[in-house]
Structures are given as structure tokens and as C-alpha cells.
Design a protein around this ligand. Structure first.
Ligand SMILES: Nc1ncnc2c1ncn2[C@@H]1O[C@H](COP(=O)(O)OP(=O)(O)OP(=O)(O)O)[C@@H](O)[C@H]1O
Length: 662
């Protein structure tokens, strides 16, 4: 494993006597391969500055994710792209155009769906007509053989289910494929947001976008392919009305009126329940939120005996859910009975008017019987159609929610470009990623991307620079985007000398971890710049930069896979041999405890690594960082007794394992 030219420790707070002793150990031990320096950082007294200034400095269309790079000389690469620095309008994640683009990729299935829909509707609408004829044959007013008529009815009964299968299967397949692409696109879109986006939204809210909101969109087709819903209901309503006016212009208005009344009733029902539905949905979401919070913080709940409190919070929400559910039920029952009343009135009108016309010989018995059949067809179809409109409205609201969260949020352009570049150059060999390769509908965005991608410096350079050059923070100011009026860093100048270990010390909240986040480019300075070998970090492809920085965080997070897989995550796009994993674990002094676990490297670590101790988690995180073999290693509050061995170079923080350093 290569040496670590730049090592940056961020450990020492609060600076207790014990820790001071540890620092000395650190110093003594590092007088070998590395030089060691300690920089101190003082908390910056928060100042309230004008937000206007900060807002203006954000250039959303550029790959520069903070303000303009502070470059002493004119950089031709920046000038080339000047004309495209105008603000790009927020791009809707889900638009009609994009949906159509996804749907139209399945033209054959679409054709099969349309043809089978026409077939199904024809069968359905012919049935009441044949029932009418059946009565006429029975009473002898129609000179048709009963067997012929029954064979026609039998044919329709056989055809309709077959066509229904073709229709439902194709519609579902198209929509499932569309939804998969959409889900993948939205997941990717969330993944490439700037880090402050994740400071703004709770995980539960983001999860809801991908689950319940996209679920509403999915339902618009998957729950509306049955006979009385969606396109089938629409085609039945249109078909029935046309047929009725052709059969009997005198009776048709009765059913036309029925249709109007039923749709008004259902629409009124929907409208009056909008708020109850909304409240119901919100309570449902907050139940999910509170369940996630209770279970993920189960140890905190236990340690404070907070079970009763959590139970009471949950029960309050469940009761709210129950009460909105009961209200919905009451509305539903009114809707059902009023609709029935409308149907019965229409039937009575049909019996009276139709009966008198049959008696007067103006209308055949078969037509009146068909009309009675069409009454039910029309009622179910209209009800279904209005319900489908309700679903459509829910889907539109969900789409609006997704768009409002994601369209205005700022994508981390630098990350998006490098990810797209990797995928386009097929650097990532994974067939499942094909799902993400659907271009959005915005061509302008594409051309802006391509232009900015060309302004990034050649990626291969980054590693060389990081291995040989100092890292300098030059006059850096920083405020977190969620609290733009609180300055965390002001005018910070710091040099991390190449080939040395630098420790940053300071009181809690001074901004040490913030410096780490800036070095990792999770955030960009609000003023000033960070350079490596004199080059502004913002001129580098973000993924390339991520490859040259390894971080072990204060609270390292592990994935709920095996220990070995967690270490191998250092190189997520590459094949990592078990030998390399073991070598890294040994260097991080983690090998012994790993092999003492029941399944060794295959032991599962649980959610967020919860089945391991904090120290074990950190050792695995260090092994992961070492396997990455990045030229810059950042340790943020690594436990005092953690020892890293790394071939000729090593970093020790803490002194409780005197024999672990060779
Ligand atoms: N994501 C964030 N959004 C807004 N403010 C933040 C965020 N993270 C940290 N802060 C604030 O920034 C300040 C500096 O925090 P930072 O974590 O850098 O301190 P630190 O020196 O590393 O502290 P410690 O030694 O306790 O870890 C604190 O006041 C903190 O509240």
C-alpha cells in the first residue's frame, strides 16, 4: 500500500490534559516518515450578514457549486463558458414530455394496448344490445334463431376476457417500466443534490417521494386498468352515449342526465373530501416518520425509558388517523347512497317512458331492455371515471410535490457531470445502470453540461497534484447554506503541507469538521478558495477529487452488509480481492477482531453498523479509507486507542496500545 503524503487529523477536542499527552505521542511517533504540525482553529463569533449578498453569489448553472472561483489570472477555460452562466430555470423532474418519452419507448405494447382496449369496449357495449335481442327472440318479436344469438353471446364472453388480459398485461408492463425509469431518475436526482439539501429534508420526507408519492403515480395506471376504471371507463362512457343516441334519441337523454348527476355527485364527494384525504395522508406520513425515528433511536429511547412517551406520540397519531378514516368512511357512504338514488330514478324514468313507448309500438322491447343494461354500464363507468380523475389529481399532487422538492433544489453540478461522464464513458460496468441512461427532456441543460465538462481540468492530473502539492485554504469564509447568516469560518488561512501530518485543534464547534467537509468538497467556501498545488479545487471533476481524499468520520457509518463488503466499499466500482481487504484491515489493526467474529469477514454488521462497537466501526472505516489508498487522509475525531499500520507509514492517535506500532 502506498504511503500517505497528506494526513490530516482532526481529533483533539476538548483539549484535555490526556489529549495533550496523546498529541505528544503523536508527535514523537510521527517524527519518522512524516513531519507533523498542529494548527489551532478558534470559533468564529457568528455574525449576521446580508442574505442578499449570499444569494447573488450562487451561480446555479455553473459546475462551480459555490461562488466564482477566486483566480488571480484570467483563466481561459472560465471565459469560454461565460455566455452560458445565465441562470438556468428549474427543470421539472417529472414533466409530460418526459413521461411521453418514457412511454413511447414501448410502441408495440402501446399499440397492443390500444387495439385490445377497442376490442374490450366493443365486446362490453355489444352485450346489452344482445341481451335486448335475446328478450325479443324469447317473446318471438325477432326472427332470429336462439342458438345463433347464443353463439354470438358466447363468442363475446370468450373474447372479452382474452382481450382484457392483453390490455391489462401490456398497460401494466409499460407503466411498470416507466415507473422503474422514473424511480431510478428520481433516486439519482436526489443522490446528486448538494449536501445542504440533505440538511434541509428529513430522510423520511425523501423516502416518501420515492415510495408514497411515486406510488400515487404508479396507481394511476396499475389501479385503473380494471373494467370500471381508467381508459376502459372512458371508452365505455363515450361508446355507450354514442350508441344510446343512435338507438333511441328519445331515451338517450335520460341516461345522459344520469351520467351528469352521477359525475356531479362523485365529483362533489371528491371535492368535499380533499382536505380529509390530505389530513389522512399527512397523518399517515407522520406515523411513518415517528415509527422510523422511534426504531432508529431505540437505544436512546431505552436509555431514557422513553417507551411510554414514544407510545403516546404514536397513539396520538394513530387516533388522528382513525378519526380522519372514519370521516372518509361517512363521506363514502353518502356518496354510495346518493349515487344509488340517481340510478333508481333513472331506471324508474326508463321503465315509465320506455314502457309507454313499447306499449304504443314506438320502440322495440329489445331496445328498452338494452337501455336498462346500459344504465348499469354507464353508472359504473362514470363512477369509475370520476374515481380515476381523483387518482389523477392525487398523482398530479404527488408529481407537484416531487417537482417542488427537486426542481428548485440545486444539483451538485460538478458531481452530476462527473457521474454522467463516467456512465457515458462506460467507466461503470453495471447493466442495471442502464436504467439511469435516459436523457432528460431539457436539451439546454445537456449542452450546458457538455460545455462545463470541457472546462474541468483533466482528471488524471488530480492524483499527481494531490500527491505532490500542498493544500491551502486561502482566506476562506464559510456559512452552511441552511444558516447563511451564521458565519462558521472567516478568513481562514491554513496550509496542509504535502508529506506531513497536520492536526487541527480547537474547542467544540470551532469548525474543525467544517474544514473537513470543505476539503471533501461536500460544501464550497462562500469566499476564498481551497487549492492543491496552487490549483483551485473547483476546477476538478468532483468524482476524481473524491478518489484522492479518504475520510474517517467522527461517527463512521457502515452499510448493512458484511465487514468485508464494507471495507471493499472503498473502491465501489472495482473488483477488490479478499487479500486486499485483509491487508487493509491489518493495517487498520482490525484484522484480529474481525476474524474473532462468528463469520469473520462475512459477518453482517447490522443497520448502520449497529452490531459493532464504536471502536470496531471506526477501525473498519479506517481500513476502508486505507484500502482507497488516497493521497489525502483525513481523520475526524478518531478514537484515542486506534492505531493504523500502513507499511512504511503509520499514523497513531492515542497511546493506549504501545505495542501496536512497529
Ligand atoms: N450541516 C450543518 N448545518 C448547519 N450548521 C452546522 C452544520 N454542521 C455543523 N454546523 C455548525 O457549524 C459549527 C461548527 O461545527 P463543526 O462540526 O465544524 O465543529 P467542530 O469544531 O468539528 O466541533 P466538534 O469538535 O464538537 O466536532 C457549529 O456551530 C455547528 O452547529
Amino acid at each position: 500500500m502506498a504511503t500517505i503524503p497528506n494526513t490530516f487529523c482532526l481529533p483533539l477536542t476538548p483539549v484535555t490534559a490526556q489529549r495533550r499527552r496523546n498529541q505528544r505521542v503523536l508527535l514523537r511517533r510521527f517524527n519518522g516518515p512524516h513531519q507533523f504540525s498542529i494548527s489551532s482553529i478558534q470559533p468564529f463569533r457568528p455574525q449576521f450578514v446580508s442574505c442578499r449578498k449570499l444569494k447573488c453569489s450562487v451561480i446555479s448553472s455553473a459546475y462551480i457549486t459555490g461562488p466564482d472561483a477566486f483566480v488571480s489570472e484570467n483563466d481561459p477555460k472560465f471565459e469560454e463558458s461565460d455566455d452560458s452562466l445565465e441562470v438556468v430555470q428549474p427543470i421539472e423532474v417529472i414533466s409530460w414530455g418526459f413521461l411521453w418519452k418514457l412511454v413511447s419507448r414501448h410502441k408495440l405494447r402501446l399499440l397492443a394496448s390500444v387495439l385490445s382496449l377497442v376490442g374490450c369496449t366493443t365486446c362490453t357495449l355489444t352485450m346489452p344490445l344482445l341481451s335486448g335481442r335475446f328478450f325479443e327472440v324469447l317473446v318471438g318479436t325477432r326472427p332470429e334463431r336462439l342458438l345463433d344469438l347464443l353463439s354470438k353471446v358466447g363468442l363475446l364472453y370468450a373474447l372479452e376476457p382474452i382481450l382484457t388480459i392483453i390490455y391489462v398485461v401490456n398497460m401494466n408492463s409499460i407503466w411498470e417500466k416507466v415507473m422503474s425509469s422514473l424511480r431510478a431518475q428520481i433516486f439519482q436526482r436526489i443522490l446528486i443534490q448538494k449536501v445542504d439539501f440533505f440538511d434541509r429534508y428529513k430522510v423520511g420526507e425523501l423516502t416518501a417521494l420515492l415510495t408514497s408519492d411515486l406510488g400515487s403515480l404508479k396507481n394511476i395506471v396499475s389501479e385503473n386498468t380494471s373494467r370500471d376504471r381508467g381508459f376502459r371507463a372512458l371508452s365505455e362512457v363515450v361508446g355507450t352515449l354514442s350508441l344510446l343516441f343512435a338507438l333511441s334519441p328519445q331515451l338517450a337523454p335520460i341516461l345522459g342526465l344520469l351520467m351528469l348527476v352521477v359525475s356531479i355527485i362523485v365529483a362533489l364527494y371528491k371535492r368535499s373530501t380533499v382536505n380529509v384525504f390530505k389530513a389522512h395522508g399527512l397523518v399517515q406520513a407522520s406515523i411513518a416518520d415517528s415509527v422510523t425515528e422511534s426504531f432508529s433511536a431505540i437505544r436512546t429511547v431505552r436509555s431514557f425509558s422513553g417507551e411510554k412517551r414514544q407510545m403516546s406520540v404514536f397513539a396520538r397519531q394513530v387516533l388522528e388517523y382513525e378519526s380522519s378514516g372514519i370521516k372518509l368512511g361517512t363521506f363514502k357512504s353518502f356518496n354510495e347512497s346518493v349515487t344509488r338514488v340517481a340510478v333508481y330514478i333513472s331506471l324508474m324514468a326508463l321503465y315509465c317512458l320506455g314502457g309507454s313507448k313499447v306499449k304504443a309500438g314506438e320502440l322495440s322491447l329489445g331496445i328498452v331492455a338494452s337501455f336498462i343494461g346500459y344504465t348499469f354500464t354507464l353508472t359504473f363507468a362514470v363512477q369509475g371515471l370520476v374515481n380515476t380523475f381523483g387518482d389523477l389529481r392525487a398523482a398530479l399532487a404527488a408529481t407537484e410535490r416531487i417537482n417542488s422538492v427537486l426542481s428548485d433544489a440545486e444539483i451538485d453540478e460538478a458531481l452530476a457531470y462527473s457521474l454522467e461522464k463516467d456512465m457515458k464513458q462506460k467507466k461503470v460496468h453495471d447493466e442495471t445502470l442502464e436504467l439511469y441512461l435516459v436523457n432528460g427532456s431539457n436539451g439546454k441543460k445537456q449542452s450546458t453540461k457538455t460545455r462545463y465538462m470541457s472546462t474541468l481540468k483533466f482528471g488524471g492530473n488530480v492524483r499527481n497534484l494531490a500527491e505532490t502539492g500542498d493544500i491551502c485554504l486561502e482566506d476562506v469564509d464559510f456559512s452552511y447554506p441552511v444558516r447563511p447568516d451564521v458565519e462558521i469560518l472567516r478568513g481562514l488561512n491554513l496550509t496542509l503541507k504535502c508529506g506531513t501530518v497536520t492536526a487541527l485543534v480547537g474547542p467544540s464547534g470551532a469548525g474543525k469538521s467544517t474544514v473537513v467537509q470543505l476539503l471533501a468538497r461536500f460544501y464550497e467556501p462562500t469566499r476564498g478558495r481551497i487549492t492543491v498545488a496552487g490549483e483551485d479545487l473547483r476546477t476538478f471533476d468532483k468524482s476524481e477529487w473524491a478518489r484522492v481524499v479518504s475520510i474517517v468520520n467522527q461517527e463512521p457509518v457502515l452499510f448493512s452488509v458484511s465487514v468485508g463488503e464494507n471495507i471493499a466499499y472503498a473502491l465501489p466500482d472495482e473488483y477488490v480481492s479478499k487479500d486486499d481487504v485483509i491487508k487493509a484491515a491489518k493495517a487498520a489493526n482490525a484484522h484480529e477482531f474481525i476474524i474473532s467474529m462468528p463469520q469473520g469477514y462475512d459477518t453482517l454488521v447490522g443497520e448502520r453498523g449497529g452490531l459493532l462497537s464504536g471502536g470496531q466501526r471506526q477501525r473498519i472505516a479506517i481500513a476502508r479509507a486505507l484500502l482507497k489508498n488516497a493521497p489525502i487522509l483525513i481523520l475526524d475525531e478518531v478514537l484515542d486507542d486506534i492505531v493504523i499500520r500502513d507499511g512504511p507509514s503509520a499514523l497513531v492517535k492515542g497511546s493506549s496500545e504501545p505495542n501496536s506500532f512497529g
